[in-house]
Design a protein around this ligand. Structure first.
Ligand SMILES: Nc1ncnc2c1ncn2[C@@H]1O[C@H](COP(=O)(O)OP(=O)(O)O)[C@@H](O)[C@H]1O
Ligand SMILES: [Mg+2]
Length: 237
């Protein structure tokens, strides 16, 4: 998976990520076979498919060693994982790592990231208390704030709502609609209703292969492939 060096944030349907003939094996066990697709910029692309089909492997594949490229990608996981630090220190963590020291700049960027993650109003009076005192949904939004504080272009989210209740899930889904104005979002979800609510495009994977991808409405109403139809109609998974 490569981020596109010609990526132009101003062109809404530009391709943010080209995936070409991507294969991957864990030792000798193949996990991805010849995956090829384009991920459009500033859209939400959902990956669906049964457990073990390779969705997480695909998300984690950007073997991005260069610091600058890595900065372009923010990751959010199913098990929200704030550091055992204050809310504020979680958000500014990567900024500090990047060498930013000026308190005013850190404060400003922390507020902007928390606002973007729809968390500011809930935490502005307790920024210096432990992140672990937040609810699960708040902790996940904090992880989103931490990811976007680093100003990535792309947000990769691996089942970000799987550990959350329906209310917290809805809040994250609303947030995704806001965030897609600024970020290319890729979300893995087990929840097909979530894909239909959130995703512009949906990609169905099975046994390490990309079976079919396209506009979400198309995938969920008139898929081309019988395996996609079987999956979305609940025959397996
Ligand atoms: N760290 C690992 N080592 C060995 N095999 C793995 C590892 N992670 C995943 N796999 C295997 O690779 C395949 C794809 O897994 P994964 O990408 O986690 O699927 P999904 O996210 O769709 O559930 C599965 O067969 C899984 O058992
Ligand atoms: Mg997974």
């Amino acid at each position: 998976m490569v981020t596109d060096p010609t990526y132009n944030a101003a062109a809404p349907m530009a391709t943010a990520i080209h995936v070409r003939d991507l294969c991957f094996a864990y030792h000798t066990k193949p996990a991805l076979h010849d995956v090829t697709l384009d991920i459009p910029a500033r859209q939400i692309t959902a990956f669906i498919g049964p457990s073990g089909c390779g969705k997480s492997t695909l998300l984690r594949r950007p073997d991005i060693d260069l610091q600058e490229l890595r900065r372009r990608v923010g990751m959010v996981f199913q098990k929200y994982n704030p550091f055992k630090k204050s809310i504020y220190e979680n958000v500014v963590f990567s900024l500090r790592l990047g060498g930013m020291r000026k308190r005013a700049a850190l404060d400003e960027l922390a507020e902007a990231a928390l606002r973007s993650a729809a968390l500011w109003d809930e935490v502005k009076d307790r920024l210096h208390t432990s992140a672990l005192g937040l609810s699960g949904g708040q902790q996940q939004r904090l992880c989103i704030a931490r990811a976007i504080a680093n100003q990535p272009d792309i947000l990769l989210m691996d089942e970000p709502c799987a550990a959350l209740d329906p209310t917290a899930t809805l809040k994250i889904e609303e947030l995704l609609h806001q965030l897609k104005q600024h970020y290319t979002i890729i979300i893995v979800t087990h929840n097909m209703a979530q894909a239909t609510r959130c995703a512009d495009l949906t990609a169905f994977m099975y046994l390490g292969k990309l079976i079919e991808s396209g506009p979400t409405m198309h995938i969920f109403t008139t898929p081309n492939n019988p395996q996609t139809l079987a999956y979305i109609s609940g025959s397996f998974g």
